[in-house]
Design a protein around this ligand. Structure first.
Ligand code: TEU
Ligand code: CA
Length: 555
């Protein structure tokens, strides 16, 4: 049986805030730090242990803060450093931790380092970024950017190209340069000394570029894949061990890498020996469910239980006893989980949201809740292109629709299912105008179901999704088996039920989830002796799981 050393970050439930959309305190339509501070008691009531803030640093916002112009300053739209210090203090006062986003694979093109770097080939900051000569009148190699187009941009000042694996306003930092690493480590130390409690590390599996060879071109794809040269390289592991030694090991931090990759990759990043990071976010369950054509995620047409269950069960089995795990379905890059994996119709929204919550909190690993998930917020279902603000959407439109490769109506349908803005609409606080998010004009439209779905009503209703989350979090705090128990998959061939057991000492936790909107035969829970810790139905039927029914029994 696996034995785990206790750690606060193993026992914690983390709540992700997307600051731009959480709460606006000054009426400019943009969420801000004071808005977050004003809602800390709400998070305390929910019971979460830690808050992860998506980037709040100074940024021109080409990618909503994932393009950082000044790592030591707060984005003006979000407030001041005094506001941040107060937020940190108030968070700590309530016994919660604060996790920062660390975006250091790339910076903004407005970062002082890049401003200098562009100036000339012999500028002292030239090697802070990755500059190359073009090849045959084109870019240095065939790599495509994650957000469409070539990953290289020609800069007229010196005639050389710089690398940007994301948009061209996000030039990749050159980690091979020890000065870059030292400057990043210095900055990380500065925030740790302020008292922050951890880092979520953006695309950290891409920092070690091993070579600049052309990448393989998938059938129908327009560009080559940079992954073989840039993803999960030995060089990346070397940099992370250096980061561990010079910064992370000196503090008691939660560190979570956004790495994508396989369980083999995760075993190295998140090994229990803690030589690199505490844990990583896998992408397979969210990414692996498209049909693999050249449109990638834009062609996602549904998420069969069998596929996502096989992937997440595999992560449980392959990592347990060897590495620490994370569990999440949603974040700011994914559509809303109730719309994607559950059912957001009036009939089943609450039940299916609770079923998904049960999964996240009873699998093995640190659970991550994304803002609004705890009240069952749904996709935005925008119908017009101009309602979207995300650069990924507009770039993909140019690459696929304007070029005539994909039909515009099809693309709008994909966006309605998958686009990131689905999860970025303003938090729905109450029944007031703009769902109480702002007194001004929200930067992204509020989803028009806020009269039905909002935090104020949810907190008042003891049967709400919110209180179901609160109870799940409480159960995790109370029962070690939910945090540290080993995982055993059950009914792996079932077409409708996701079931598993957890074991610790002489205790067993049995979980059964009906992933469908139909009654399904299942006698797993019949006659089980023990205590029902939680369920989304007040009564049960013998031999049956009701639509989206979730049951958890401790024996
Ligand atoms: O996302 C990393 C990433 O790989 C994305 O391409 C992700 O797959 C995509 O957003 C899905 O549509 C991180 C951040 O979470 C994301 O918000 C940033 O845009 C990106 O890095 C660049 O910093
Ligand atoms: Ca504001």
């Amino acid at each position: 049986m696996a034995e785990y050393k206790r750690a606060w970050w193993k026992e914690a439930v983390v709540y992700q805030i997307y600051p731009r959309s959480f709460a606006d305190s000054n009426g400019d339509g943009i969420g801000d730090l004071n808005g977050i501070t004003a809602h800390l008691d709400y998070l305390k009531t929910l019971g979460v242990d830690a808050i992860w803030l998506s980037p709040i640093y100074e940024s021109p916002n080409h990618d909503n803060g994932y393009d950082i112009a000044d790592y030591y300053a707060i984005m003006k739209e979000f407030g001041t450093m005094e506001d941040f210090d107060r937020l940190l203090e108030e968070t700590h006062k309530r016994g919660m931790k604060l996790i920062m986003d660390l975006v250091v694979n790339h910076s903004s093109n407005e970062n002082q380092w890049f401003v200098e770097s562009r100036k000339s080939k012999d500028n002292p900051y030239r090697d802070y970024y990755i500059w190359k000569d073009g090849k045959d009148d084109g870019p240095p190699n065939n790599w495509g950017s994650c957000f469409s187009g070539s990953a290289w941009e020609k800069d007229e000042v010196t005639g050389q190209y710089y690398l940007h694996l994301f948009v061209k306003e996000q030039p990749d930092l050159n980690w091979a340069n020890p000065d870059v690493r030292n400057d990043v480590f210095k900055m990380m130390t500065w925030w740790c000394d302020k008292g922050i409690d951890g880092y979520r590390m953006d695309v950290i599996g891409m920092i070690g570029k091993e070579n600049f060879d052309d990448g393989p071109v998938a059938p129908g794809a327009l560009y080559g894949d940079f992954a073989p040269s840039c993803q999960h390289t030995e060089t990346t592991h070397k940099y992370l061990r250096e980061m561990r030694e010079k910064v992370l090991s000196k503090y008691d931090l939660l560190t979570v890498g956004e790495t994508s990759g396989t369980t083999d990759n995760a075993l190295r990043y998140a090994n229990l020996d803690e030589s690199e990071l505490n844990m990583v976010f896998g992408f397979e369950h969210n990414d692996g469910v498209n049909d693999g054509n050249e449109l990638g995620k834009w062609s996602d047409h549904g998420t069969p239980l069998k596929e996502i269950r096989a992937i997440l069960n595999r992560w449980q089995m392959n990592l347990q006893g060897k590495a620490w795990n994370t569990v999440y379905l949603s974040n700011h890059d994914q559509p809303r989980q109730v719309s994607r994996y559950g059912c957001d119709s009036e009939l089943f929204r609450v039940r299916s949201a609770k079923m998904l919550a049960t999964l996240i909190h009873t699998l093995w690993g640190t659970p991550y809740i994304y803002q609004g998930e705890e009240i069952g917020m749904t996709n935005a279902y925008f119908t017009r292109l101009d309602q979207y603000k995300d650069v990924e959407v507009h770039n993909a439109w140019k690459q696929w629709v304007e070029s005539g490769l994909v039909d515009g109506e099809d693309m709008m349908r994909y966006y309605a299912r998958i686009a990131r803005d689905n999860a970025r609409t303003p938090m729905q606080w109450n029944r007031e105008e703009n769902a109480g998010f702002t007194t001004g004009t929200p930067w992204l439209p509020v989803t028009q179901n806020y009269l039905m779905i909002n935090a104020e009503d949810a907190v008042k209703d003891p049967d709400s999704i919110f209180h179901y989350y609160r109870k799940l979090i409480e159960l995790r705090h109370k029962h070690d088996i939910i945090v540290y128990g080993t995982f055993e998959p059950l009914l792996e061939d079932s077409e409708s039920v996701w079931a598993y057991r957890r074991h610790l000492g002489d205790q067993t936790l049995t979980v059964a989830l009906n992933w469908t909107d139909r009654k399904t035969e299942c006698d797993l829970m019949d006659g089980l002796e023990g205590t029902e810790l939680i369920s989304n139905y007040p009564t049960h039927q013998k031999g049956i799981l009701q639509p989206y029914e979730a049951r958890v029994i401790l024996s």
